[in-house]
Design a protein around this ligand. Structure first.
Ligand SMILES: [Zn+2]
Length: 490
């Protein structure tokens, strides 16, 4: 969390009042002439220019491996050149996020996460995702709907920041957080067809489009298994949820396109060598979720959430939820301004509303304040405990503990322990925290899924994680000399 404290709320409200462009235009990719876009190409370009810096600020660009960025650019250029918009500028960005996702915004801006790169098993699979996203741009799908929806699909990272009453209510109901789907099914199908077109024109194996969807299916199933056992990302939080599609239709389209490519490029080994060494999971600037502990080496802090809570590490905040609908939000505010924390809590955070049981507390040597409020959520009465801790002259770290009123007695002690677990990390503790990284290794004779999975730097589900990461079904899929991905520390 807290890559940047600037709110993405601005991005969420973008273009709310876009003038409607009326009249008929021909769709560049599909050739349809009865196409009535919301936006002119000029407006699309302007939105992209405005929004691109916000997306970059929200997620960050992954650029510690320049050769990898060059490789991504080269693949993207190959596909872009095969598209109907080859002469228009496109911007491809590799985002520093472990979410498995890709998206495009108007004006030719295409984003792919390193989480998605880690899951793909060949250059062709990765190219299929990029081609699909280029398809959304060339078919001008975002011009056909409100651009607000694009950002609603970005995930937990975009939950609002300012504490407003409505937002407390939203947080209280987060378990049922609805994901606004970015595109319609027919637009997804169209993008798959365009993606397959660009893949085949660029000489790639179009079957990669369907094999990557299978790979995503595996990842989704594992994420569901891991839910509430580990600090894993929300299973709804991947390329499936923002790009819903029908796998067999994609497979059929890819199959028929394949006949048109001679000697199709897959480039499995080359791709794996390029991603060797890439960060896997959270990066140092985002802080690490390891089991129930969150540690941030750059902000030099750590705390622990109660048993049964699953953490979702967004760039603005960290959210933890349990199966019973309780939630914890941790974030930062830069408005300490020398005031006592009790004053901050009432006047700045709650904007004058008086909480119950307001008191000054000491959190491992730092001045803090706490108080609670009870209010009506969408699914009943919720209790909300607020904790503010002064970290330095400007920075206040804040916990918001939200639970249905019936659970307050059972949760107050675990929440209290979380509050008092917040402490600074020493320089050596911070230095000892290392990110996880992908390592690409060669299968030796005698290696099995079990023996290779032993090398994965996880406490649980090593075998399942290894199989999903590599798209393996059984030991028969392993051949000596073949490259596979493992995840190691540091
Ligand atoms: Zn899509």
């Amino acid at each position: 969390m807290v890559r940047t404290l600037r709110s993405l709320a601005a991005a969420l409200t973008l273009a709310a009042a876009l003038p409607l462009a009326s009249g008929c235009t021909t769709n560049p990719a599909t050739g349809e002439s009865n196409f009535t876009p919301f936006m002119t190409p000029g407006q699309e370009a302007a939105i992209g220019r405005d929004e691109h810096p916000k997306v970059v600020a929200e997620f960050g660009v992954y650029q510690e491996m320049p050769a990898l960025n060059a490789y991504v650019a080269q693949i993207a250029l190959r596909l872009h050149s095969a598209s109907e918009m080859a002469n228009q500028p496109f911007t491809f960005t590799l985002l520093d996020s472990d979410m498995v996702n890709a998206f495009a915004i108007p004006g030719g801006y295409v984003y792919v996460t390193r989480g998605l790169m880690a899951l793909a098993n060949s250059e062709a699979e990765f190219a299929g995702v990029v081609g699909h996203e280029i398809g959304h741009v060339t078919a001008r799908h975002s011009a056909q709907r409100s651009t607000q929806q694009v950002f609603a699909g970005l995930g937990a990272a975009t939950i609002g920041v300012a504490l407003q009453d409505q937002e407390i209510a939203n947080l209280a109901n987060m378990g049922a957080m609805a994901w606004v789907q970015g595109y319609s099914r027919s637009q997804e199908l169209e993008s798959d067809q365009l993606g397959i077109r660009y893949l085949t024109r660029a000489g790639y194996d179009p079957l990669a489009m369907s094999s990557f969807l299978e790979q995503l299916g595996r990842e989704t199933a594992l994420a569901q298994q891991l839910m509430f056992q580990d600090g894993e990302a929300d299973p709804a939080d991947n390329w499936f949820s923002t790009h819903p599609r029908t796998q067999d239709r994609v497979a059929a389209a890819a199959q028929s396109a394949r006949a048109t490519v001679t000697n199709p490029r897959v480039a499995r080994d080359e791709y794996l060598r390029q991603i060797d060494g890439m960060i896997y999971g959270d990066s140092p600037s985002q802080g690490y979720v390891r089991g129930r502990t969150f540690s941030h080496p750059e902000l030099r802090l750590t705390f622990q959430v109660p048993e049964g809570f699953r953490m979702i590490n967004g760039s603005q905040q960290l959210v933890a939820i349990n199966e019973q609908g309780a939630a914890i939000r941790f974030d930062a505010d830069q408005a300490a301004q020398g005031q006592a924390m009790t004053n901050y809590l009432v006047n700045t955070w709650l904007q004058g509303r008086q909480p119950e049981g307001l008191e000054r507390i000491d959190v491992n040597g730092k001045e803090g304040a706490t108080g609670s409020i009870r209010q009506q959520g969408q699914n009943g009465v919720v209790d909300i405990r607020l904790v503010a801790v002064r970290w330095d002259a400007q920075t206040v770290y804040r916990f918001l503990f939200v639970n249905p009123a019936g659970q307050t007695a059972a949760l107050s002690e675990p929440f209290r322990r979380t509050t008092y677990s917040l402490r600074s990390l020493s320089a050596s503790e911070a230095a000892a925290l290392r990110p996880l990284r992908l390592r690409v290794v060669e299968v030796r004779s005698g290696d099995t899924i079990a023996s290779l999975a032993e090398r994965m730097a996880f406490d649980d589900f090593r075998r399942e994680r290894f199989m999903v990461l590599n798209g393996l079904d059984s030991d028969r899929d392993l051949q000596p000399g073949m490259l596979v991905k493992i995840v190691v520390e540091g």
